[in-house]
Design a protein around this ligand. Structure first.
Ligand code: ADP
Ligand code: MG
Length: 173
């Protein structure tokens, strides 16, 4: 099994399930980059990801705070979730403190919306998830997900594919 791993969903809830399955694979120090246009579903993905880690309360786009820290629930594979949205900044300096070593020290996983901008600051070790709307003019709720792992994720394609097989209900590929 090799990259990219590709899936589609047909509803926000199916996207949350997909994200939740990926979240349960994560370990301290892991970085997940979400790339996609506004409205693609990055924040919906983040909500499913956070829910699977037992984060209490709502997860919204960090519009005013660039980065939000959440404490994960008991039973989560990781202690903290860092949710960043770098769409509103062109400044990589602002996210440079999300250094990988710190993530491990803090027992944290980082989920970064608009992650292609974040690659230089976060290094080359990440799962990059590209979200797309294949039918932007229609009323379809279909979203496509193309996942590529680099660095510590490079060898995990089989693991990612397995955990996403099958995505249940509507949204099965
Ligand atoms: P982004 O963070 O990428 O700008 P959001 O997650 O805030 O996007 O918004 C995605 C929008 O698309 C939401 O209104 C959501 O209800 C809608 N949507 C429709 N279908 C899907 C789907 N399959 N997956 C995720 N979101 C979807
Ligand atoms: Mg968003």
């Amino acid at each position: 099994m090799s990259w990219p791993v590709e899936r589609t969903t047909d509803s926000p809830s199916a996207t949350k399930e997909l994200a939740g399955r990926l979240a349960r694979l994560c370990r301290a120090g892991d970085v997940v980059l979400l790339v996609g246009d506004l409205g693609a579903g990055k924040t919906v993905f983040a909500q499913g990801f956070a829910a699977a880690l037992g984060v209490p309360g709502p997860v919204t786009s960090p519009t005013f705070a660039l980065v939000r820290h959440y404490r994960c629930g008991a039973g989560s594979p990781v202690g903290n979730l860092i949710h960043a949205d770098v769409y509103r900044t062109g400044s990589l300096d602002e996210i440079a403190d999300l250094a990988l070593a710190e993530l491990v020290e803090e027992d944290s996983v980082a989920l970064v919306e608009w992650g292609d901008m974040a690659v230089p600051a976060l290094g080359e070790s990440a799962l990059e998830v590209t979200l797309a709307v294949p039918d932007p003019l229609g009323s379809s709720e279909r979203r496509t997900f193309s996942m590529v792992g680099r660095g510590c994720w490079a060898e995990r394609a089989g693991e990612v594919a397995a955990v996403l097989e099958p995505v249940s209900g509507r949204g099965a590929p």
